[in-house]
Ligand binder design. Structure first.
Ligand code: FAD
Length: 303
């Protein structure tokens, strides 16, 4: 691939193609360097054509959603980021009350859509600040419901440009992970729902949002939960392990531990990747030294 080839490709593009592009504003943590290429396709054809043009570099691809679970390094000048455009955020209902949504739609918007249409099941999505694509990849969830409980199928494009549908039954869902290849771009997904009284759905959404507001910091630059809750290693939640074993005042530059939720790390102003990375490693080592428990990251590091 030469940039000249891509110059031709970029003519008549509905989407966006940028070179040497800062990703800082594309992540919730507001950390990240300049990507070699940032591409926002608006059609399947644009996406497929792009994959073809840059196929020799597909080991450097990264698919980004709302960037709410990512810590991106400042050294990403060889990487190519693909973010599905607005045309991939359409949502509709079939006669069987199945919701079909493009994978760039925000979780909150699909939850609102379901509620407006008297459909229950997606209330939990009102509390997750990502996109449907990121949510499927992470098997995101809160307050007892995860994507695995509502997903019926996902339509994907592989890096060769082939499009196919994967039934949720054929996916192994685990705690904040699934077994599908990272060489897949999730395009759209279908969800099961249940007809219910709209007022009941609204009340449930309101209740979940209140719970979230009371337990987690809002309106701050954060990547949400930094570590996963340890499975079978401890009765305690990870935030308790951090609270009990790490000085909550510790900071590396502007990278700090939230005083509202000790598993949420915050960029209080201009934290660098290194600041946040050092804080993560410090917390991990303190918990390991004091409890013997090895924490596993939920936040994804992109280098
Ligand atoms: C304030 C806050 C609160 C949070 N609360 C919760 C919570 O309650 N529960 C929870 O589970 N998480 C929570 N998170 C974490 C985060 O919101 C979820 O992991 C979310 O689902 C990530 O979605 P995203 O679109 O931001 O994905 P990104 O962070 O952009 O990416 C995450 C992963 O998904 C992949 N990906 C994204 N889009 C696609 C696509 N179209 N095709 C293929 N792969 C894709 C990326 O490559 C990456 O591997 C929270 C985060 C914040 C900042």
């Amino acid at each position: 691939m030469t940039l000249k080839n891509l110059d031709n490709f970029s003519k008549n593009l509905k989407g966006k193609l940028r070179f040497n592009y800062s990703l800082k504003n594309h992540t919730w943590l507001n950390i990240g360097g300049f990507a070699k290429i940032f591409f926002v396709p608006e059609t399947l054809k644009e996406l497929r054509d792009f994959l073809f043009y840059v196929k020799n570099e597909n080991k450097n691809f990264f698919i980004i959603g709302a960037g709410s679970n990512l810590l991106i390094s400042e050294n990403i000048q060889n990487r190519i980021f693909i973010k599905l455009g607005k045309n991939f955020n359409k949502v509709s209902i079939t006669k069987d009350d199945v919701i079909i949504a493009g994978c760039s739609i925000l979780d909150k918007n699909i939850s609102d859509f379901a509620c407006k249409n008297h459909l229950s099941g997606l209330e939990f999505l009102s509390c997750i600040p990502g996109t449907v694509g990121g949510g499927i990849r992470m098997n995101s969830g809160c307050f007892g419901t995860e994507f695995k409980d509502v997903l019926l199928s996902v339509q994907v494009m592989d890096f060769n440009g082939s499009v196919y549908t994967i039934d949720a039954k054929d996916i192994n869902f685990d705690y904040r992970q699934i077994n599908l290849s990272k060489n897949l771009i999730f395009l759209s997904a279908s969800f099961k729902t249940l007809k219910k009284n709209k007022k009941e759905i609204e009340e449930r959404i309101h209740g979940l949002k209140e719970k979230k507001k009371n337990s987690q910091p809002l309106k701050v630059k954060t990547g949400g939960s930094t570590f996963k809750n340890p499975q079978n290693q401890s009765e305690k939640k990870v935030w308790e392990l951090i609270r009990d074993n790490v000085d909550g005042e510790v900071s590396f530059g502007d990278a700090k531990i939230s005083n509202k939720h000790s598993n949420f790390f915050i960029n209080s102003k201009n934290a660098s990747f290194e600041n946040m990375y050092n804080l993560i490693n410090f917390v991990k080592s303190q918990v390991k030294a004091k409890t013997g428990i090895t924490l596993e990251l939920e936040l994804e590091i992109v280098k």
